[in-house]
Design a protein around this ligand. Structure first.
Ligand code: SF4
Ligand code: SF4
Ligand code: SF4
Length: 170
């Protein structure tokens, strides 16, 4: 009886060690994948940030070509890391864009600040808000939460990222 107990105990300990080892390897892989991603937290990969996307790639849920801001560099580096095939980008590359706030219409609700991944909207409660253009990834997350619809997209010229070519505000 004692031998049976010792055998079960040994198996349980070995299983625990194996589980811990697997989790450590998985966490290391997630960290390596996450280090390759641009960290703009824009959500364009359909995950709520770079780390969740890294986790999905690590456990085989997501393809390696969904990070639009990362482009071909990220696809190539992920393919090399994971020994997977280099894929074409999953989405058409968007024309580079940022957003601007129509400061006359802004009611200072701060909803846009709360959803902005790179934290590039400046403003205080009931004060007008403005976007730091050089940090805006154009993810559009702020547009849908604005209650007065005062955030507009500005298309940027492909080769001159921060030169405005079209302004949509009145
Ligand atoms: S699209 Fe790329 S940069 Fe944006 S959240 Fe996803 S992994 Fe991060
Ligand atoms: S300002 Fe809007 S579009 Fe620009 S990064 Fe922030 S949430 Fe995205
Ligand atoms: S969500 Fe719209 S109204 Fe509210 S602070 Fe941002 S820009 Fe202004």
């Amino acid at each position: 009886m004692i031998y049976l107990f010792l055998l079960i105990l040994t198996i349980a300990i070995l299983l625990l060690i194996a589980d811990k080892f697997l989790k450590t390897s998985e966490n290391e892989l997630v960290t390596k994948i996450n280090d390759i991603l641009p960290q703009t937290q824009c959500g364009q990969c359909d995950y709520p940030g770079c780390k969740p996307y890294a986790e999905a790639v690590a456990n085989g849920e997501a393809e390696i070509n969904k990070c639009q801001p990362g482009g071909e560099r990220v696809i190539k580096e992920l393919a090399e890391l994971l020994g997977r095939e280099v894929l074409d980008p999953a989405k058409e590359k968007k024309t580079p864009q940022v957003v601007v706030i129509d400061e006359d219409k802004c009611i200072g609700c701060t909803k846009c600040i709360q959803v902005c991944p790179p934290d590039c909207i400046i403003g205080a409660v009931k004060k007008m808000h403005t976007v730091v253009e050089k940090d805006c990834t154009g993810c559009e997350l702020c547009i849908e939460v604005c209650p007065v619809d005062c955030i507009d997209i500005v298309q940027l010229k492909q080769s001159f990222k921060y030169k405005k070519v079209k302004v949509n505000i009145d």
